[in-house]
Design a binder for this molecule. Sequence first.
Ligand code: FAD
Ligand code: SF4
Length: 467
Amino acid sequence: MSRDNVYQFIDLPRVDPSKIPLNIRKTEFIEIYQIFSESQANAQSDRCLECGNPYCQSKCPLHNNIPNWLRLVHEGRIFEAVDLAHTTNSLPEICGRVCPQDRLCENACTLNSEFGAVTIGNMEKYLTEKAFEMGWKPNLKGLIKCDKKVAIVGAGPAGLGCADVLIRNGIDVTVYERQQEIGGLLTFGIPSFKLEKSVMTRRREIFTDMGIEFKLGIEIGKELSLDHLVAEYDAVFLAVGVYQGMKANIPNEDTQGVYSALPFLISNTQHLLGFDSPDYVSMQDKRVIVLGGGDTAMDCVRTSIRQNARSVTCVYRRDANNMPGSRKEYNNAREEGVEFQFNAQPVEIIVENGIVAGIKIVKTKMGEADVNGRCKAEIIPNSEEVIPCDVVIIAFGFAPHDLPWLDSVGVNLDKNGHISTCGELKQQTANPKIFAGGDITRGSDLVVTAIAEGRDAAQSIMEYLNV
Ligand code: FAD
Ligand code: SF4
């Protein structure tokens, strides 16, 4: 089919899918964005210029073939579009939902500044959902199996990306996961209002049909040793993520009523899924303060709103323009009723009768930009004030947790505790049989970069195994 109107991008503005009504949004843990209709998808995909050197594709860490799958969607060739999407991405329906497209592909889109970028993320979500609805399944017919087997530790996006590539190349894959469901932070960290959990369950069924074996509820280093996997398998891929919450390093941080972001979010999802959730805490009727300005902070404030907190305030030491989190999630949080205290640096948690009673802050002003272009927060002398609250949630990022079970296998850590991929091949560790990727090697980052490292590791494993 030829293009009807090459100037479609001028005549037809960029459209984002509508959100579900605010009153429902604020109380329920369901995805807030509705899916494009067929006519919207058809029209929006036709806005693409099909650039000769597509910047969108080069900026995507997976180098997704965006212009070609947009064209296939416009032509109604959904199965071909979804097959093409899977040649570079193991979880396109997830990336369509949670990637920060405004920083990656859509930011790089040629149309971005003047006409509004093509809505790439929502098209990715549309094409995968449409394909599933039409009964699409990966076609592994004719695949020749080889006699190699690989163990993967961790069923987050890095582990799943690696498993997907290996199984499609005839290698037996077993994924060991300590949780009762696959997905890693996709399942237990990212709240359901960004990514509904049935999406991951469906993907587990697809991967299982493809032949990937999941051994859930098994923690390596506890129930099973890494030495055992190294002895039993031809190669091992470590994709265990980072789970040590950063401290605020202010007085009274260990007081009752102070929580770390990740246990708070994980236990909320476990609770919603009906799993055992010993750390679960509800913010109902509480005055909640969340410290931090990233996406995890936005997930905490919006989770607290849905738990029916009395008030929710995000305290951040820089201004709105210098927040590290996505603008889209900040706007969603504001719409849902979150208050923001910008230019406020926490200095002490105020305690009364052994529990949290408030947070002391000092005001800041924006100083010069650092090497990343973000302005430094400079403290204004004598500007202390106390904000009363019942709960403080600290959302300052994550560092690697202890991995003592690595000691016996000759894998090195770097100075920050991340696994060092210092081997000859991409993602290979100091032990040539062991590969690693995702947050545990690069530091807390993104779903798409974790998938990319998992897929790269699979290519290296195949090279190592001569497959
Ligand atoms: P993980 O997703 O952490 O998966 C690691 C897996 O290994 C887990 O399932 C864990 O249980 C398992 N595991 C660990 N140790 C063992 C063991 N010893 N034995 C067996 N299993 C083990 N990124 C985005 O792109 N968009 C977002 O919107 C976004 N939102 C986020 C929100 C929050 C709250 C957080 C914390 C992160 C968010 N991220 C987001 C970042 C993204 O989720 C991570 O970068 C990504 O999940 C890292 O993938 P991974 O596979 O390396 O690790
Ligand atoms: Fe299409 Fe934008 Fe990519 Fe160009 S940069 S190919 S217009 S999506």
